[in-house]
Design a protein. Structure first.
Length: 102
């Protein structure tokens, strides 16, 4: 099992746009083969308020590659990404893979 970790740097004035994006892609992620752990927005309690996190698990790297191919063909996903890009809510994305150890 591997987990894709996507760290987003956000425009703080557009957190609602990012939240709408995160909610809109949950179904395409699942239907294309990802096990969505969740999208996490920052709070005002502590830490940075301009970063969000997404965690999506896959059985292996081959599963992830199939997922990526399926996502590019999913009309709802493509439309959601376009809305996110047009809104300017995401300034930067950083992707990495994590391996669960316990």
């Amino acid at each position: 099992m591997i987990t894709l970790c996507i760290r987003y740097e956000l425009n703080q004035n557009k957190l609602r746009d990012f939240e709408a994006y995160a909610r809109s892609i949950a179904e395409p992620i699942r239907s294309c083969g990802g096990d969505l752990i969740g999208y996490f927005l920052p709070t005002k309690f502590a830490g940075r308020t301009d970063q969000a996190l997404a965690l999506i698990s896959f059985s292996d790297l081959v599963g992830y590659q199939k997922y990526r191919e399926a996502l590019q063909k999913d009309a709802k996903f493509v439309a959601s990404v376009k809305c996110m890009e047009d809104s300017g809510c995401v300034l930067c994305e950083d992707r990495s893979f994590l391996q669960k150890v316990s």
